[in-house]
Design a protein around this ligand. Structure first.
Ligand SMILES: [Zn+2]
Length: 238
C-alpha cells in the first residue's frame, strides 16, 4: 500500500511543479508584452518616417515648381511694362492673371504639406520617447524576471529532487508504470481515487475484480476509460 502514498505525493509534487512552470510563463509573458508593444511601435514609427520622406520629396518638387512660376511672373511683370503693343500687353496680362492663382495654389499646398510633416515629426519623436523609455523598462524587467525565474526554478528543482527520491523508492515495475502513465496522460493527472465503484476523474465504474485488487494493493489497476491509476479512497486518510 506504500506505493499508493508515493503516487499521491508524486502527483501533488507534479501539481506544484506545474504551478511554478506557469509562474515562469507568466513572468516571461510580462517581457513578451513589452517586446511586442515595442515592435509595434517600431513598425508604426517606420511608417511615419516613410510618409515624412514622401511628403518632403513632394514639397521639394513643389518648391521647384513655385520657383519657376515666380520667375515666370517676375519676367511677365517686367515685360509688361516694356510691352511695345496692345496685343503683347494683353498676352502678358493674361499670363500674369493665370500665374498668380497658380502660385497661390502651390504655396497653399506647400503649407499643408509642411503642417503634415510637422505633425509627423511630433508623432515620430513621441515614438522615439516611447521606445527609449520602454527599453529602460524592458532592461529593468529582464533582470527582475530573471531573478523571479531563478527562484521558481529553485523551487522546481527542490520538488523534482523530492519526486525523484519518491520514484526511486518505488519498485521498478511501479515506477515504470507511473512514468509511462504520466507520458500518456495529457493533463498530468496520473492518479484517480476510487470513489465507491467510480473513477473520481471520469466517473467510469471499475469492475469488482479491479476493486478487490486495488483495495488489497496487490497490483496496479487503471481506469478502463481514462487510463489513470486507480487509488483506494481510504488511502487519503493516512
Ligand atoms: Zn477514469
Amino acid at each position: 500500500m506504500e506505493h499508493f502514498k508515493n503516487f499521491i505525493e508524486i502527483q501533488a509534487l507534479l501539481k506544484k511543479i506545474s504551478a511554478h512552470e506557469e509562474n515562469i510563463q507568466s513572468h516571461q509573458n510580462r517581457i513578451n508584452f513589452v517586446e511586442t508593444s515595442r515592435e509595434k511601435r517600431v513598425q508604426s514609427r517606420d511608417t511615419l518616417s516613410l510618409r515624412k520622406e514622401e511628403l518632403t520629396k513632394e514639397s521639394q518638387e513643389l518648391e521647384k515648381n513655385l520657383f519657376d512660376k515666380e520667375k515666370d511672373l517676375t519676367r511677365a511683370n517686367e515685360n509688361s511694362s516694356k510691352a511695345s503693343n496692345q496685343a503683347q500687353a494683353t498676352a502678358l496680362e493674361n499670363e500674369i492673371q493665370s500665374l498668380e492663382p497658380q502660385i497661390d495654389q502651390i504655396q497653399e499646398s506647400i503649407l499643408t504639406i509642411l503642417e503634415e510633416i510637422e505633425e509627423l515629426e511630433t508623432q515620430i519623436s513621441e515614438a522615439d520617447e516611447f521606445l527609449k523609455g520602454s527599453l529602460e523598462t524592458l532592461e529593468e524587467l529582464r533582470s527582475e524576471v530573471n531573478s523571479d525565474i531563478e527562484k521558481e526554478n529553485k523551487e522546481i528543482s527542490n520538488y523534482s529532487n523530492r519526486m525523484t527520491a519518491l520514484l526511486e523508492a518505488l519498485e521498478n515495475t511501479q515506477r515504470k508504470f507511473f512514468e509511462q502513465t504520466l507520458k500518456n496522460i495529457k493533463d498530468k493527472q496520473v492518479i484517480s481515487f476510487l470513489n465507491g465503484k467510480l473513477c473520481s476523474r471520469c466517473r467510469y465504474e471499475a469492475s469488482s475484480t479491479q476493486i478487490t485488487e486495488i483495495e488489497n494493493g496487490r497490483s496496479i489497476e487503471v481506469c478502463d476509460n481514462c487510463s489513470r491509476i486507480l487509488i483506494p479512497s481510504t488511502i487519503n486518510s493516512f
